[in-house]
Design a protein around this ligand. Sequence first.
Ligand code: ATP
Ligand code: MG
Length: 623
Amino acid sequence: MSPSPDHDRLEFWEEQAQRLHWDTRWNQALDWSDAPFARWFTGGTLNVAYNCVDRHVEAGHGDQVAFHWEGEPGDTRTITYAELRSEVCKTANALLSLGLRAGDRVAIQLPMIPEAVFAMLACARLGLPHSVVFGGFSPAALRSRIEDAGARLLITSDGQYRRGKAEPMKALTDEATGHTPSIEHVLVVRRTGADVPWTEGRDLWWHHLVDTQSAAHRPEAFDAEHPLFILYTSGTTGKPKGILHTTGGYLTQAAYTHRAVFGLDPDSDIYWCTADIGWITGHSYIVYGPLANRTTSVMYEGTPNTPHEGRHFEIIERYGVSVYYTAPTLIRTFMKWGEDIPARYDLSSIGVLGSVGEPINPEAWRWYRKHIGGDRAPVVDTWWQTETGAVMIAPLPDRPDVKPGSARTPLPGISAKVVDDQGREVGKGESGYLVLDQPWPSMLRGVWGDDDRYRETYWSRFPAQGYYFAGDGARYDEDGDIWLLGRIDDVMNVSGHRISTAEVESALVSHSAVAEAAVVGASDATTGQAIVAFVILRGGATVRETDAGRVVAALREHVAQEIGPIAKPRQILTVPELPKTRSGKIMRRLLRDVAENREVGDVTTLADASVMDLINAGLVGET
Ligand code: ATP
Ligand code: MG
């Protein structure tokens, strides 16, 4: 990165920061003297929870709804900003009563219930960095995250609803906390009413401890660089990294991007981000960004097809959702279920659609805009990462993206480049590595407890230029707009031709028979790598055995026509499901294991670990 970051850019971010309430104003926008360890808004102090909650109540918006919450079984809860303030204060007082003090770490493994938000904000209010662990993760995944962060408290629930069933949670977290001596207490929310194992003295019910606390609490201001949370990356490529985010810069960019990317108006919009809070999208775009902007949000606990496949559309209709933010994997699932399902609901409130998590295939983009967006709502595709903390590259809604699939530019205040091996910017029509060449306010401040891994993972690819390398490939089109190509590890080398998995997947999905596709490069004696595709057929795997061969042949031909004969998959396997992380990303490394006939690797961060068994079982006898 250039030693003296661009003056206008810093000024831009100082302007954005002014929309927050600071107890002490900063004296320097950015201190980059210890690069790559950034310090933003040095000397400034603020309280994140005050900014997300109290100040809106003080400004007369206490009656505005913060969350329309909808439980999977159909129970609902409406939480105004005034109620949110008292819940957060009670929770904060409860945590104080347990002896927790600023700097102590708190692990949270909860379903998508309001207490998850109260818990995060109470931690933020007290300066307790939280580590939220996805509700579907195994005891082993929870244990390693508790150990890595040295958490003193775990907040969890008795159970959780998943696909219409009450599943245990506390019984599982006990398997983890049985081995984590740093945990002094386990605070348990009652959600399903299940019987739970109980350790006297350690375990506490939320409704006993929190509900009896005073609803008054005075927030303390923390340094702009005080740690706000640790969040482990989804582990698509390897062992999850504990990404550290801090206070002032993070909140500034989360709030700014949320407002700008969705053109959000807090007085009229009803906003719904379908992510899980265990993912960075849940942190920045369910909790911190929207609340800092005084948004009215929908929060939904469950799966999209419980009790029926129209659940999301029913919720959009009921609350009049105007901004809907989801992931391509869900859009493709909706496509698979059929367009007649959204057609049964009134979706006319939708004004802006968002997408995040992976490149969105042009086919899915068009379907999304047509069947959910009434052919009028702009689709904003947002590129970012756990590490970037907030959106970095996206078309703004007032510049509707007319390139499905999608062309994008860095947001104001952000600088990104596509470069070659040597770090030289590539030309129009060329592809290379996506790098961030200027620091940004919500950038990660490190990998928890591992400075060397931070430098090595993110800053060692282009040391001369000091670029942050994101791990993704991208291409400039003829207008100089950026197209994301997916991870560089996902670029295949077939007989010397570089082909991205995303390209072949998009070609497959553009065929009417295909609902979803995942493509990997498997080592091949003649071509170096060969393309192996896993496809889910539309309408489920209902193709009769005798038809399967014909469909596969047609698909190979289709890919050859869309991209070229070189991209023809060597093998196409029809499967009932694909292995995905909680954020909906396909875990290609597991499919590579299958394609190369290896034992399947670490599945602990899969949303549903049984999928690999399904795939393996289905493959018997196929070629
Ligand atoms: P790990 O780093 O542990 O392998 P991960 O990268 O899957 O996990 P996340 O931080 O959740 O964890 O995902 C960020 C990645 O998701 C990006 O690097 C990119 O590959 C992909 N991504 C996110 N949004 C988009 C998008 N709009 N277009 C293309 N790719 C995207
Ligand atoms: Mg990553």
